[in-house]
Design a protein around this ligand. Sequence first.
Ligand SMILES: Cc1cc2nc3c(=O)[nH]c(=O)nc-3n(C[C@H](O)[C@H](O)[C@H](O)COP(=O)(O)OP(=O)(O)OC[C@H]3O[C@@H](n4cnc5c(N)ncnc54)[C@H](O)[C@@H]3O)c2cc1C
Length: 405
Amino acid sequence: MTIDLANLNEITVRSDRAQTAVGAGNVWYDVYTTLQPMGLTVIGGRVSAIGVGGLTLGGGISFFSGRYGWACDNVNNYEVVLADGSIQEVSFSSPYSDLYWALRGGGNNFGIVTRFDLMTFPQGDLWAGSETFIYTPETAAAINDAFYFLGVNAPSDPYAQVITAYAYAQSVDAYIIASDLQYGKPVANPPILQNFTAVQGAIASTLRIVDQANLTIEFNDTNPGGFRYVSNPQDTNYKPSLNQDCRQTYWTLMVGNNATLMADMVAIYMDEIEPLKSVAGLVPSLVFQPITTDMILHFSKNGGNALGLDNQGPLNLVQIDISWSDIADDDRILTAAQNILDGCQAAASAVGLLNKYLYQNYASVGQGVFSGYGQNNLARLKAVSAKYDPAQVFQKLQPGYFKLN
Ligand SMILES: Cc1cc2nc3c(=O)[nH]c(=O)nc-3n(C[C@H](O)[C@H](O)[C@H](O)COP(=O)(O)OP(=O)(O)OC[C@H]3O[C@@H](n4cnc5c(N)ncnc54)[C@H](O)[C@@H]3O)c2cc1C
């Protein structure tokens, strides 16, 4: 049985403009294009086609997380269908405050959320975009240093964020480095990001003043979706064959903020990608995002979230993201992804910089996400699950994503 939430597409701003009721079937683009004309936004995804539900229940890193924390830290209230079929309003001040805590990072383990009431704030244009370089060790060193210093300096200006991706581009047979820079004000080249913009030799740049909805379209174009479904199956482009479509895998780890370790992880990634260069449709990326101390401070809002990340930052959230086209290459790709993960974990561990936390929304199917939340939080999550779902409907009957057990 599939439960399709697509028609739960309400987006209603409260009269005081401080909260928006967002139906769980929305994608972020629709949320942003509704709020933008009012000069408002919420904490949500950075890619237009991503859904509100999964992103928010797993954490949710936004353009504005330095100022407000992750998406799960900015849900005032959840409307949830519990395992017994009852519909409850779940907030910090409700009788369900334990469930409220668990939903902040607990994924699909507790119920089906039908509406998220999201904290809403004024927001105009950003200065943002992507700068792309051909990989050289010198360029990489400069960008890794810029990344390190952003992690350290972020509390001085929480409007800045960056995503730095190393990728192999088959079209030019070269590794490239792309830094997505985001500054939450319409101010070009702010001092906090100048370590990045000082790096010479970009082959492309889309940095400009831009509105949030358009920025999510740019990031959608550079992060093409998985299987190529079109909305109208009568469309002549409809291709149900797996072999012809894009396949994709995500894996993750969390490490301390350290430029040398970044270079070591890039070397491990390149070693694994080298023999795969001719794989059809290959787009392999190693992606770094600073998880800053100011971001983590917001995790304690309203009783805190379930993620188990206390303020040990700045940290570096690492994502291994590989796309390819042919089902016949699955084993090779997944073996390489596992090897990159193992190698990066070993490298981080060797220098005492491996963090136990795994970001659910970037994790691979075999990664034990919830053990990374810490023993106490996992025990608490299991207790909440036993209380609201004694027959364990969401653990046992609902396949997919990450289970507490
Ligand atoms: C191109 C791309 C860009 C991304 N960008 C970001 C980003 O900017 N920031 C970030 O933090 N993450 C990002 N992610 C990761 C993203 O958060 C996860 O992929 C997330 O699972 C997407 O949620 P969804 O609702 O679109 O997916 P779905 O596959 O629909 O949902 C994921 C899981 O959540 C459960 N679920 C969904 N909705 C509900 C609900 N209402 N109630 C109960 N359970 C539910 C489902 O059981 C499902 O198994 C990105 C991913 C991709 C592919």
